[in-house]
Design a protein around this ligand. Structure first.
Ligand SMILES: Cc1ncc(COP(=O)(O)O)c(C=O)c1O
Length: 438
């Protein structure tokens, strides 16, 4: 791969040089300025389109007349729950509407609510903060580490109060949070852990599946995710009582115990059998897709690591099976003529490669509007939920200047797919002073 990368960069540099020399009129090199894009073909679609196996799976449910998720779990839901839980290594899977309510349900099943605090990282999708709030608890946001962009265990420990009930680490992009340190802290302080695994289907840490280390693991099956049914979410747990509570909460509080006496306070968060049928098929393909994506990810990483100003996150040897949703890189704006990640991602798009900045730090995030919820009505919460009073230097640097997320589809088009992505990034870096100033 290294040789191939050198050839790629060499040809890019030569092309850039030719464009500016001789009597030829200087032309733009970067596609964002009208130059020739590195890639003109589409990456493979995700979710997989025009796929008869998926069509037939949904058709079968339509024909059966069993469309809904009641009685809970439905036939297809139960089949998927068992298969996915076994793959990750949990005793129970509980399928529901999405990977946001999963975390809300996890909080509720753990008895977390009004007056409680839940510690979450500053770099994540807004859902991680929404979920404890939906259960009535205060999300206490702490910064991530520069090396991993996952929650900083030292800051977690410093944020613990007598009201803290849980930690929600996020396995961001292709990373796994430091579950050893977090488990030690949780054990010491009697806290629950809900792993936000929306990005981490298939990951393993010390031989244990993501989502099977804490009390609950929460997964998303929304369209862009690597195990998808358009919408959907699964909670994993190996605790029989928690599993029963979660099943009950998503099924209007119906009892799930043998003598059907234990009601909970619940609502309808069931997923339809149409979605569940898609997941049953997706699960049969997932192990091979995950292994192939991991190989492509490693090859891409080797190429990307050679581009000046690109920081590849170190591989933690405790990640024993690697799987990822987005692959994340950090860029140094100084090596890109002072341009931001937003500008570089726009230039990548123009070169034909899907790349995104993704999440801003929680205090700069349009989707995080705690003042519009009812929680800050409590005077003691008002200040703690005011984004203007928050500061997360590492997450802010990531979101404002450094993060580049590569979509999973980049890794499903063989060598060409990843070479194009690396070539585009190298081309942009080499010609960064041509980029518009934002
Ligand atoms: C880190 C993280 N957590 C939670 C979610 C929520 O999942 P869903 O869209 O299924 O509600 C997402 C979705 O993008 C996510 O990225």
């Amino acid at each position: 791969m290294g040789g191939c990368y050198a050839r790629v960069v060499g040809s890019v540099k030569a092309a850039a040089h030719r464009a500016y020399e001789g009597d030829e009129v200087a032309m733009a090199t970067l596609a964002i300025n009208g130059g020739m894009p590195v890639r003109s073909t589409r990456y493979p679609a995700w979710p997989e389109e025009n796929d008869e196996e998926y069509v037939e799976a949904v058709a079968e449910v339509v024909r059966s007349g069993e469309w809904g998720g009641f009685p809970e779990p439905g036939r297809k839901a139960g089949e998927f729950e068992a298969a996915f839980a076994a793959y990750q290594g949990a005793r129970h899977g509980i399928l529901m509407m999405n990977g946001t309510v999963t975390m809300e349900v996890a909080c509720k099943a753990l008895g977390i609510g009004w007056g409680d605090e839940v510690i979450i990282p500053a770099l994540t999708f807004a859902a991680t903060a929404y979920a404890p709030m939906a259960a009535g608890a205060l999300p206490v946001i702490v910064d991530v580490t520069r090396e991993t962009w996952t929650i900083d265990p030292a800051l977690v420990e410093a944020a613990i109060t007598s009201r803290t009930k849980a930690i929600i680490p996020v396995h961001l992009g292709h990373q796994v949070a430091d579950m050893d340190a977090l488990t030690a802290i949780a054990t010491k302080h009697g806290l629950a852990i809900i792993e936000d695994c929306a990005h981490a289907h298939g990951q393993q840490w010390n031989g244990k599946g993501a989502g099977c280390i804490g009390d609950f693991g929460s997964f998303s099956h929304q369209s862009s995710k690597i195990l998808t049914s358009g919408e959907g979410g699964t909670l994993l747990t190996s605790d029989d009582t928690l599993a029963m509570a979660a099943h009950s909460i998503i099924d209007c509080g119906r009892p799930k115990d043998a003598d059907e006496k234990s009601y909970t306070f619940g609502a309808n968060y069931r997923l339809s059998e149409l979605n569940a049928a898609l997941l049953v098929v997706a699960m049969t393909r997932f192990p091979a897709q995950q292994a192939q994506r991991a190989l492509a990810g490693k090859a891409f990483e080797a190429m990307a690591a050679q581009i000046p100003g690109i920081r590849v996150m170190p591989h933690d040897p405790r990640v024993t099976r690697w799987s990822f949703y987005n692959y994340i890189l950090a860029m140094d704006p100084d090596a890109f003529a002072g341009r931001t990640n937003e500008m570089v991602c726009a230039a990548m798009e123009a070169e034909g490669i899907e790349a995104e900045v993704q999440y801003p730090s929680m205090n700069r995030y349009d989707l995080f509007q705690p003042s519009l919820s009812r929680l800050p009505v409590a005077v003691e919460y008002a200040d703690r939920l005011d984004p203007s009073k928050m500061s997360f230097p590492v997450a802010e640097a990531a979101g404002q200047r450094e993060s580049i997320y590569f979509m999973e589809t980049t890794f499903r088009d063989g060598n060409q797919g990843i070479q194009d992505a690396a070539e585009a990034l190298a081309k942009i870096q080499a010609n960064a002073d041509e980029l518009p100033q934002l």
